[in-house]
Design a protein around this ligand. Structure first.
Ligand SMILES: [Fe+2]
Ligand SMILES: [Fe+2]
Length: 337
């Protein structure tokens, strides 16, 4: 079989599920039975990595892994079992809002004591913590907007036109140097990080993987189009104030002009995107499909939930004086000490 041998390297397995999926990708062993998934921790390293591996076949794949495996029925059956476990946990873990406005209202409540990650980084973050944050976020930002593009064929009318307009901005408005994934790679260069796609997959925590897996889950299923739109709204609405704090963190630590620019750009752009997503994408979708309101609310709530878990893990590690990455950066690069 002819296929592209280029692509990110496969990461190291984190348990029996991810190990079996990886063996299958390399044609070296059987997949786990769907029943094996039932007892796995839905937020644990092993399940989250196994799911991430399945999803990555829809983005850029892996070196020496056949692209045809994207639609391998055996793998899709396992993926469905992993997704079921994850989605069930997400539904159980998120607050129940039937009304989109209630979910959006909760999103806008800032942490009372200002203890979010962006608050921490703005006020007391050190360069090594900014680098760790960027390494984690690179799992998404180097494919920024891609999980959301999958929803376009599932929308129509106002919602589709508005979603496409926001995605056009995320993809640089026709300018490759302005593609947001490119701007993030430039930020990584300022921080002395390796911009190779997939470079920090091994280092990323299960909590970080879960934030990206949730987007892929919502994006890849038409039945979850409402959740994808809710998720996208949550990202755009929280981005502007968070980006302002992160831009301040980059300035205060002297991270560099591209590092500042990525977040400055998002302060401006996402203030506009927020309005478009609220008034055109969500309102347009619910005008056409009002029965999707609970799904939109779920997408908003679930985003807050996985982001809170990610933030709690980062802050717990940093407050304990340890790296939040599975492979601390200091051990692999000495570009910035
Ligand atoms: Fe963006
Ligand atoms: Fe945006």
């Amino acid at each position: 079989m002819e296929y592209d041998h280029k692509g990110p390297q496969l990461p190291r397995a984190r348990g029996p599920l991810s190990s079996a999926v990886m063996d299958h990708l390399l044609d070296k062993g059987p997949l786990p039975a769907p029943g094996d998934v039932a007892g796995a921790d839905p937020y644990g390293d092993d399940l989250q990595l196994a799911l991430y591996l399945c999803y990555e076949l829809h983005y850029r794949g892996f070196a020496d892994v056949s692209p045809d495996l994207e639609w391998d029925p055996e793998l899709l059956r396992v993926r469905a079992a992993l997704e079921h476990r994850f989605l069930t946990a997400l539904r159980a873990g998120t607050p129940v809002h039937d009304r989109v406005e209630d979910a959006l209202g909760e999103l806008l409540v800032e942490p009372v004591d200002g203890t979010g990650v962006s608050h921490f980084l703005r006020d007391e973050g050190e360069l090594w913590q900014l680098r760790e944050y960027a390494a984690h976020r690179s799992l998404y930002h180097l494919k920024e907007a891609d999980p959301h593009a999958w929803v376009l064929p599932r929308l129509w009318g106002r919602a589709k036109a508005a979603m496409a307009a926001v995605e056009f901005d995320e993809y640089g408005g026709g300018r490759p140097d302005r593609v947001h994934a490119r701007l993030f790679a430039d930020l990584m260069t300022d921080l002395g990080l390796d911009t190779t796609y997939g470079r920090y997959l091994d280092a990323g925590s299960a909590e970080a993987l879960a934030t990206v897996n949730m987007m892929s889950l919502f994006g890849l299923h038409r039945s979850l189009r409402g959740a994808l739109v809710g998720h996208f709204a949550a990202v755009e609405i929280t981005s502007s104030p968070g980006s302002r704090r992160l831009a301040e963190a980059m300035r205060r630590t002297g991270a560099g002009p591209a590092a500042e620019h990525f977040y400055d750009e998002h302060v401006e752009a996402d203030a506009v995107h927020e309005q478009v997503v609220r008034h055109e994408v969500i309102a347009g979708l619910l005008e056409q499909e009002p029965h999707l309101a609970p799904d939109v609310a779920f997408g908003i709530d679930a985003t807050g939930y996985v982001e809170d878990r990610f933030a709690a893990r980062l802050l717990a590690d940093w407050r304990a004086g340890r790296s939040s990455l599975r492979t601390p950066l200091a051990s692999e690069t000495s570009l910035i000490s």
